[in-house]
Design a protein around this ligand. Structure first.
Ligand code: GRF
Length: 211
């Protein structure tokens, strides 16, 4: 059984998708053992509580230095003994000590088709505002492994979403979550739980083994 820790900052709709897919068997052989939020009031913690999953808040605000937060964050992870760490709407850059402690075991969902509209400053609604401003006709979401940079690790799954004429950024964000994020993040967890994601360290790419 893959032990999964999910890190959140906001509404937790991606967390909810993982909870629901574990419950209906779409995600096989995996269990969320802890939810960690950097925000005390994140509704994602309510979702965890409702699902009977232990949730804790580890906020940089509660520590006198970033280094102390980084160590506390890693302690919060280590205690749960995760096989996989899932960043689901988590708005804190993962500290180097955590990336080093969990090589190839941290994944993130980004609301665009990486390498488009990603990296520093591209999060939440801003991603969709940038896509609309550029006039792209297709966007989507990406699940990727996390390395020491932002949104730059090996890509695992992507799913494209058409952009209808005149859609607002808010409606596009919902469309991308509904049609892409809430589908590919659970799918990636299931593939990893089945041992079907092969990470090629040399080329920094992944291969998905057949069922
Ligand atoms: C979404 O835009 C998601 O793409 C991004 O964080 C935002 C909130 O996600 N990763 P959630 O509802 O908290 O899962």
């Amino acid at each position: 059984m893959l032990r999964v820790v999910v890190c959140v900052s906001g509404g937790g709709t991606n967390l909810q998708a993982i909870i629901d897919r574990c419950a209906d068997g779409t995600i096989r052989n995996a269990q969320i053992v802890r939810v960690i939020s950097n925000k005390k009031d994140a509704f994602a913690l309510e979702r965890a509580k409702k699902a009977g999953i232990p949730g804790i808040c580890i906020s940089p605000k509660d520590y006198s230095s970033r280094e102390e937060f980084n160590l506390a964050f890693q302690k919060g992870l280590d205690e749960a003994e995760p096989d996989l760490i899932v960043l689901a709407g988590f708005l804190v850059q993962v500290p180097r000590n955590v990336v080093a402690a969990y090589p190839g075991k941290i994944i993130n969902i980004h609301p665009a088709l990486i390498p488009s509209f990603c990296g520093k400053g591209f999060y939440g609604l801003r991603v969709h505002e940038a896509a609309l401003a550029r006039g792209v006709k297709v966007t989507g979401a990406t699940v990727h492994f996390v390395d020491e940079n932002m949104d730059s690790g090996p890509i695992i799954i992507q799913k494209a979403v058409d952009i209808p004429e005149g859609i607002t950024a808010q409606d596009l964000q919902q469309k991308v979550m509904r049609e892409a994020e809430w589908i590919i993040l659970p799918k990636a967890i299931d593939l990893i739980a089945q041992g079907r994601v092969v990470l090629d360290e040399k080329t920094k790419t992944t291969h998905i083994l057949p069922e």
